[in-house]
Design a protein around this ligand. Sequence first.
Ligand code: FAD
Length: 433
Amino acid sequence: MKEREKTQAGDRKKLSGWANYPTVESDVFQPENAEELRRIILDSERIIARGNGKSYGDASLGKRVACMLSMNGILSFDPGTGIITCEAGVLLSDILPVIVPSGWFFHVTPGIKSITVGGAVASDVHGKNHPEKGCFSNWLLSFRLMDAGGAILTCSREENPSLFWQTCGGMGWTGVILSATFQLMRITSVSMHQQTVRARNLEEMFRQFEEQKACTYAAAWIDTTASGRDQGKGTALFAEHLPGDKALNWDTGKPADVPFFAPSWLLNPVSIRLHNQIYYSRNKPGERVIHLDKYFYPLDGITNWNRLYGRRGFIQYQFCLPGPASFDGIREVLNTISASGEVPFLSVLKRHGDRPSRAINSFPVKGYSLALDFPRTRRLTALLSRLDGLVWKHGGKIYLAKDAVSGAGMGRVDMKQFTEKKFTSALRERLEQ
Ligand SMILES: Cc1cc2nc3c(=O)[nH]c(=O)nc-3n(C[C@H](O)[C@H](O)[C@H](O)COP(=O)(O)OP(=O)(O)OC[C@H]3O[C@@H](n4cnc5c(N)ncnc54)[C@H](O)[C@@H]3O)c2cc1C
């Protein structure tokens, strides 16, 4: 998949999300402006908005898709207040070179910068600082949304508030976001202070997170091939912004590329085990100063890394468990994975804080989430349905922006709130079955 996808209006093409599974044959429209979008919406019985296709599963797939990448202007940016208004198709990576030199950054950013502002709102993305900053919606002031009849509505906490909260994390099911206005965060340097800490098992890992509660950014990699007393061993990264007084620039260099799909056997239990051992031994405990880009977007250093999983693709399974259940639940999940013979390649543990009561569709609940990237095999769906059972039993939920196979209800989103059927994706059809 190209870094920025290009599509012709009304093209028939095969689309997938970042994990290259599933693939859906779609009529893809790429409106240049609101008037074109209105015509497309009015002509469609069913349609779903698509940003840059960086959700992993079937969230931005459907029989008809409105790809928003051509509506990509930064409409206004006030370097005095840090308030920015962008069209929905602008990528975070296009905003960064504009805001960073003026001393601004995102309050909340996911671990990838090639997503659109529309995608950030629709998934209500979170970062490594959820306890302190919440989701993207926390910093969203307003957006403009085109509804099924082609009308444009302004939504904020004051104007159309129900639609505002329904749309944040609403996965595109309320309409098409045209533009959004949000508040940025002051920074005085592009440097981060990062502390790397090793944990010998899951208990130690949770203790580290608790001890570093005051630290703004936290995320950990877990070696999912480790078992027995080593189960849950891994490396946690804690970080803070550093102050500075030098000119800020956003010069991030050119990423490496995976130019073609790797053979599907490349990531197998043996190679993944080896990779994990190397990763663990290379990430030595200690402190370092690291550039914003490398800290927040380490995976963007390699374009198209999803091709390493081969043409069969992969599935990212991300779930969040509420506080008291987190430790036992995650241990049970790791036990179940070990017993299954399936081996996830990447895994990321994050802690989460409370969310505003009205952000009913946001993914995180106060507790911990674990994201697991599984190469796709024949037995994987059976394992994931067992994991669904565990997540449900522990009162947790899965992240719809990553989902490709989970059962209805696993996102704990009340589907009945979305009464307008025009904006339907493959994900929504699956959840409503
Ligand atoms: C490497 C990687 C790391 C990631 N890390 C994180 C992370 O740390 N935290 C996190 O929260 N997420 C993370 N994600 C997920 C990603 O941030 C979300 O899936 C995001 O929504 C993708 O944005 P997109 O522009 O590619 O949207 P798409 O994938 O195209 O669409 C995602 C959803 O948004 C809807 N949508 C898109 N544009 C519009 C619009 N204009 N109007 C209405 N609906 C719209 C679509 O219908 C779909 O439901 C990560 C993804 C990758 C690939």
